[in-house]
Design a protein around this ligand. Structure first.
Ligand SMILES: Cc1ncc(COP(=O)(O)O)c(C=O)c1O
Length: 461
């Protein structure tokens, strides 16, 4: 009997993908004429070409070829209530008939702001933006203005959007134990931004303390995702976030939480889970009820910098669609429906998914693990501890196209997930659908075993 090779596995997965997505392939060929790379968002790239989805309903998606998929991506965690959620759709449609963006402050903006302030412990006041990128950018500017200092310390490997000041060290330092240095992530970002950035590894209070000891007089704040998601879903070590609070207090530096992804884990976000109050918080994704959004907020005296009545040199912040009524009414309804019980339920489903994936790894003899918290989970291709984003980066090294092939094979089996092995769970998802997902994962991992044996033998026992 001839042995299945890695090339056979790739050929088989790709052939089956192509056979069921002819219309997607045609759309992609057309898209390449107008959109560089055929898309507008790196995260939606799928190998060999994207599946074109045309409709979503609850936890399910439908593509142009008529295939259905269980959605475990939900627009990178932002659609916590799934697609076209009843109730939220009606609210948005009702507002649509009365105007989308009225060019003034409208009541829904105040209601959503009140709801967020009531939920998130670290937010006394906030302002809305149209994306998480703008939210972290403005949050960092507010911290610099308040402190009169320029440097923001970011986590090695941390992702906070695509503005210049965070396009730094987004790929974590690959070499274990190396002191991470601030590196430009992209061509086109001016090297001058490196003068206002320092980088420290996640979950390492000692290094952070040393950095602040040496530079605190120039440091405005530390920006950190309480549980880094891009490349990670790495939970903070016990005491890490409290340790950051202690260090920032000791050195008179602000603590900035990016909770754009982690807000969904508790009514008040991860800061509530950890019992740690940041000075400023950035939000996005779920707070827009499915529409483009971002927000940043925090301590009253820091946010008061945006109030011309309180500051001679108030900070300017604008944006044509900031606080538009469609996003605000949809966000208000989405948050109202995401109460403590709903969050507990999806966190339970997420933990069940992770336990199921870990059981599959054990049964199939694969040295990998699913890491995360509640409704946010991610595969790491190692069974060794993954403590920071450098560990996560090393886990993905030397695994060839494993992430991409897993994504494609899951699509072949009717499950849509991310191209980095990340999964998130929505409120419409049912237990029986989770069973479908686990069956698809089992089949996909079995299909990939020969690929792992040849390309990444370290993964197999
Ligand atoms: C942690 C984090 N911060 C910021 C952003 C940027 O948000 P947006 O894509 O809305 O600009 C993202 C997006 O995925 C994110 O995951």
């Amino acid at each position: 009997m001839t042995r299945t090779t890695a090339a056979d596995v790739r050929r088989d997965i790709t052939a089956r993908y192509r056979a069921r997505t002819a219309k997607s392939r045609a759309r992609h060929a057309e898209a390449l004429r107008y959109l560089p790379g055929g898309e507008t968002r790196g995260a939606t790239r799928i190998s060999p070409y994207p599946t074109y989805m045309t409709a979503g309903e609850g936890a399910w998606l439908r593509d142009v070829d008529g295939n259905r998929y269980l959605d475990l991506l939900n627009n990178y965690t932002s659609l916590v209530h799934g697609h076209a959620p009843p109730g939220i759709v009606e609210q948005a449609a009702d507002q649509l008939l009365r105007g989308t963006a009225l060019g003034t402050v409208a009541p829904p903006q105040v209601s959503l702001a009140r709801q967020i302030v009531e939920r998130v412990p670290g937010i006394d006041m906030l302002r809305f933006t149209n994306s998480g990128t703008e939210a972290t950018m403005m949050m960092m500017r507010a911290a610099r203005a308040y402190s009169g200092r320029d440097i923001i310390v970011k986590i090695d490997g941390g992702y906070h959007g695509s503005h210049d000041f965070v396009e730094i060290s987004v790929g974590a330092e690959a070499e274990a134990g190396l002191e991470p240095k601030a590196r430009l992530e992209s061509r086109g970002v001016p090297s001058s931004v490196l003068q206002s950035a320092l980088v420290a590894p996640f979950n390492d209070l000692e290094r952070m303390a040393a950095l602040l000891e040496a530079h605190h007089e120039r440091v405005a704040g530390i920006i950190v995702e309480p549980m880094p998601n891009t490349g990670g879903m790495i939970p903070p070590a016990p005491g890490y976030l409290a340790g950051l609070r202690e260090l920032t207090d000791r050195y008179g530096v602000l603590l900035l939480f990016d909770e754009i992804v982690t807000l969904r884990l508790a009514p008040g976000g991860f800061q509530q889970i950890a019992g740690v109050l940041p000075d400023l918080t950035a939000l996005g994704k779920i707070i827009g009820g499915g529409f483009p959004v971002g927000a940043f907020g925090g301590r009253r005296e820091i946010m008061a910098q945006f109030d011309p009545a309180q500051h001679d040199q108030a900070l300017f912040h604008s944006g044509t669609f900031n606080g538009n009524s469609i996003t605000m009414v949809a966000g208000e309804e989405a948050l109202r429906r995401l109460d403590a019980a709903a969050i507990a339920r999806i966190n339970g489903l997420g933990e069940r998914l992770a336990a199921g994936i870990n059981a599959l790894f054990a049964a199939l003899g694969i040295r990998a693990q699913c890491l995360g918290y509640g409704s946010l989970q991610q595969i790491q291709w190692t069974d060794a501890p993954v403590v920071n984003l450098g560990d996560a980066r090393r886990a993905a090294q030397d695994t060839g196209d494993l992430h991409a092939l897993l994504q494609a094979e899951l699509l072949n089996r009717g499950v849509y997930s991310s191209n980095r092995g990340m999964f998130s769970v929505t409120t419409p998802l049912q237990e029986s659908e989770l069973d479908l997902a686990l069956a698809a994962l089992k089949g996909a991992l079995q299909t990939l075993l020969p690929y792992m044996r040849e390309v990444a033998p370290r993964l197999l026992r």
